[in-house]
Design a protein around this ligand. Structure first.
Ligand code: ADP
Ligand code: TRP
Length: 320
C-alpha cells in the first residue's frame, strides 16, 4: 500500500503540528510503503524570500528526521529534486476544468487572507495532483483543509483516464477523526498565526516561558481546582498515561498546589518527551551533509518511479 504525503516547510513546529499530524504520519512507517516529501514548490506560493525558503527546507528535513522519519523505512525527499512532477503538472493542466479550481476553498481562503492571487496559488491543486499521481499513491493522509485537494486530484485523474484508459491510480484521502484539536496557551486552537504556540524544538528557558503563560482561572492555591476544563491539564493529557493523569487530578483536588506547580509538571513532561528528538536535531544540525545525502538518496528512489511513470504518460499523450 503506497501512502504519500507532502509537508510544507513552514518554519517552527509546535505541539499542534506534532499531535495533530506528524504522529499519525509516523504510524504508517514500517506498516506501508511511506513516501514523504518536502513541498518546496508549493511553498513558493506564499514565501518569496529565497534564503528563507532554502533554510526552511533543510530545517524541515532536519526536524522530521529528528521526530522519527527513518530513511530506511520511508522514502523521504525534497519535491524539487524530482523535476518530473513539473512535467506531469503541465500535462494534467490540460485535463483540469477551470471550474474545478475556481471552487477550491483553499485558494479563496488564502486570497481572503491577503495573499496575492497569482497563478501558482490558483493552480496549486494541479501540482498537488501531480505529486500524488506521479507515484501511484493509494492513500494520502491529510488535515481537513486538504481533503478537497485530494478530491480534485481524483477528478483530474478520472478525466485523464477517460481519455487514455486506466493510467492513473485514484487516491483516497485519510483524515484521522480521533485527533483532538490541541489548545494553545490561550485555550484557542494552537496555531502559528495566533501566536499561542508551545514549540517542539525550543530551549528549556523558552519552554518555561511558554508554559508559564498558559491561561488558567484564578482559584487561589489553597482551594481545590477543576481539572476538566483546565488548559494545563488538557496539554498534560497529551503526555501522560492514565495513572499519571489520575495522580494529577488528585493534585488539582487537594488544594495544596497552585497552577504554577502544574505548569512546571507539564514543562518537565514536554522537555522529557522530546529529549531524544532534540538530541537527534542537534546531531543533524551539526551534520547537514548527512541530511543532504539522505534527501538525495530519497530523491533517487522517487525519481526511479517518477521517470517510469512519466514515460507511460508521455507515450499516451504523444509527447516524444
Ligand atoms: P498552523 O495553524 O500553526 O499554521 P499548519 O496549518 O501549518 O499549522 O498545520 C500543519 C498540520 O498540523 C496540519 O495537518 C494541521 O492539521 C496540524 N495542526 C496544526 N495545528 C493544530 C492543532 N492546534 N491541533 C491539531 N492539529 C493541528
Ligand atoms: N498542500 C499540502 C499542505 O499544505 C502539502 C502537499 C503538497 C501535499 N503536495 C501534497 C500533501 C501531496 C499531500 C499530498 O499541507
Amino acid at each position: 500500500m503506497r501512502v504519500l504525503t507532502g509537508i510544507q516547510p513552514s518554519g517552527v513546529l509546535h505541539l499542534g503540528n506534532y499531535f495533530g499530524s506528524i504522529k499519525q504520519m509516523l504510524e504508517y512507517q514500517g506498516k506501508s510503503d511511506l513516501f514523504i516529501f518536502i513541498a518546496n514548490y508549493h511553498a513558493l506560493t506564499s514565501l518569496k524570500d529565497g534564503k528563507a525558503l532554502r533554510e526552511n527546507t533543510i530545517d524541515a528535513a532536519i526536524s522530521f528526521l529528528s521526530l522519527g522519519i527513518d530513511p530506511n523505512k520511508a522514502t523521504f525527499w525534497v519535491q524539487s529534486d524530482v523535476k518530473e512532477v513539473l512535467e506531469l503538472y503541465w500535462v494534467l493542466s490540460s485535463y483540469t476544468p477551470m471550474g474545478l479550481l475556481e471552487r477550491a476553498h483553499s485558494y479563496k481562503d488564502k486570497v481572503a487572507k491577503g495573499i496575492m492571487a497569482n497563478h501558482g496559488l490558483f493552480s496549486y491543486p494541479v501540482l498537488m495532483a501531480a505529486d500524488i499521481l506521479l507515484y501511484d499513491s493509494q492513500i494520502v493522509p491529510v488535515g481537513k483543509d486538504q481533503v478537497q485537494h485530494v478530491e480534485i486530484t481524483r477528478d483530474i485523474a478520472l478525466k485523464f483516464n477517460n481519455t487514455h484508459g486506466e493510467v492513473l491510480t485514484l487516491p483516497k484521502f485519510k483524515i484521522d477523526e480521533n485527533v483532538a484539536t490541541v489548545p494553545g496557551i490561550d485555550g484557542a486552537k494552537m496555531s502559528k498565526s495566533y501566536g499561542n504556540t508551545i514549540n517542539i524544538f525550543t530551549t528549556l528557558k523558552e519552554l518555561k516561558k511558554q508554559t508559564g503563560k498558559i491561561v488558567t482561572d484564578s482559584t487561589p492555591l489553597e482551594e481545590p481546582k477543576e481539572w476538566e476544563n483546565c488548559n494545563v491539564y488538557k496539554l498534560c493529557n497529551l503526555f501522560m498515561n492514565e495513572n499519571e493523569l489520575l495522580e494529577l487530578q488528585e493534585r488539582y483536588k487537594s488544594g495544596k498546589e497552585g497552577y504554577g506547580h502544574f505548569k512546571a509538571t507539564l514543562k518537565d513532561k514536554i522537555w522529557e518527551y522530546f529529549s531524544e528528538a532534540r538530541e537527534k536535531r542537534e546531531y543533524y544540525l551539526a551534520h547537514k551533509d548527512e541530511v543532504k545525502d539522505i534527501l538525495n538518496d530519497g530523491a533517487k528512489k522517487a525519481r526511479a518511479i517518477a521517470s517510469k511513470k512519466m514515460e507511460i504518460i508521455r507515450e499516451k499523450v504523444g509527447i516524444l
